[in-house]
Design a protein around this ligand. Structure first.
Ligand SMILES: Cc1cc2nc3c(=O)[nH]c(=O)nc-3n(C[C@H](O)[C@H](O)[C@H](O)COP(=O)(O)OP(=O)(O)OC[C@H]3O[C@@H](n4cnc5c(N)ncnc54)[C@H](O)[C@@H]3O)c2cc1C
Length: 325
């Protein structure tokens, strides 16, 4: 059995859950393992209905007032109880703030290995190899496991496309009632939302990102105008943030956000590896750069080799005209 620990907010599944389910469906098919999604929370019937539409076998639901908000202690306690009654082959969580918080605690407490930040997998005989990236994604390593299952894995955001998630299941729903006895050592005090439409990049379907090629802060207004014409969010490379043209939340890359939108414009961005690891799984990448040798063109699906100060306003005009027409 493959378990996916779902992540959700405001009674909606986060996209990382769909991405983890894609990995589960693929591994499940290759290894003949059924899939169970685990939902921890309170008043989560909407999530269960949504999960039932996916091609999975079972949804295990644990509702408790203590699970209304994420709590590492409660999550570990709940998951230990649920998984303790099962024979998991693989347990998958998101490589997110939440996943990298509870998954190591859970794997240590069950004394099983955790492979963090997985981007792919391979079936070698009857063995599962999980691939993760190291050294700022300069290298991929494949990790095999010794000993008996289960193994824990966190899946990197953007590594698996949610478009590949197979629907059409008729999952059985099992409710589990839990009683907690352990201490709660950390509690959520406040949730501070990212400014929607501007810097919530991980959920943005279209991103227009600008780099040092913009030359100065004021020039970034052409990036915002292009973004507005497309209903897109704005992103940036690190030098833009380091120069304080934009706030840190806009940064895409190894030390910024990892994004995987449907459409990513890289404007005046050279395509250093640290930037690429944060956006190279975008479905369609359009690069605008005057240097035909810029590495960004190696990952771009469409490239425009020209001066961005000519190209960007022209594109903005086209998109605005299309809206009027
Ligand atoms: C530990 C570490 C972590 C890092 N983390 C990140 C990270 O998270 N994100 C990140 O982005 N970087 C990160 N970096 C920095 C990274 O190595 C690069 O320095 C950075 O990505 C370069 O940003 P850039 O492409 O905007 O600038 P540059 O490399 O200077 O590229 C500017 C591009 O603009 C083009 N250009 C200039 N003028 C025009 C014009 N008029 N029209 C069209 N094109 C033009 C140029 O041809 C050039 O390709 C990190 C570095 C380190 C060491």
């Amino acid at each position: 059995m493959i378990f996916v620990i779902t992540e959700h907010k405001d009674n909606k599944l986060k996209s990382i859950t769909s991405e983890a389910l894609v990995l589960a469906q693929r591994v499940g098919q290759d290894f003949g393992q059924p899939i169970t999604a685990i939902v921890l929370g309170s008043n989560v019937s909407g999530l269960v209905d949504e999960l039932k539409t996916k091609q999975i076998d079972r949804v295990v639901v644990a509702e408790h007032p203590d699970l209304a908000e994420y709590s590492p202690d409660r999550y570990v306690e709940a998951l230990k109880t649920i998984l303790g009654n099962e024979k998991p082959f693989l347990v998958i969580a998101g490589h997110t703030t939440q996943g990298i918080d509870f998954a190591p605690r859970l794997s240590v407490s069950l004394r099983r290995p955790l492979i963090a930040g997985c981007v792919d997998y391979e079936k070698q005989g009857d063995k599962l190899l999980l691939t993760r990236q190291v050294f700022n994604a300069k290298m991929n390593i494949k990790t095999g496991l010794r000993g008996d299952p289960p193994c824990f894995a966190t899946v990197s955001p953007g590594a698996f496309s949610t478009d590949d998630l197979k629907a059409g299941g008729s999952a059985e729903v099992v409710s589990v009632s839990l009683q907690f006895s352990g201490p709660v050592r950390r509690k959520l005090i406040e949730r501070i939302e990212a400014q929607k439409g501007k810097v919530d990049l991980t959920a943005a379907p279209i991103i227009v990102a600008g780099g040092r090629g913009l030359k100065e802060k004021d020039n970034f207004k052409i990036i915002f105008e292009l973004a507005d014409s497309l209903g897109a969010s704005v992103g940036a490379s690190r030098p833009v943030v380091d120069s304080e043209w934009l706030a840190r939340e806009y940064q895409v890359g190894s030390s910024g956000q990892t994004v995987s939108p449907k459409l990513y414009f890289a404007v005046g961005i050279s395509g250093a590896i640290q930037h690429l690891v944060g956006m190279q799984t975008s479905r369609c990448i359009v690069a605008i750069n005057k240097d035909v040798e810029a590495p960004i063109f190696k990952v771009a699906h469409y490239g425009i080799v020209d001066d961005l100060f000519k190209v960007v306003p022209a594109l903005t005009k086209i998109f605005n005209d299309l809206k009027l027409g």
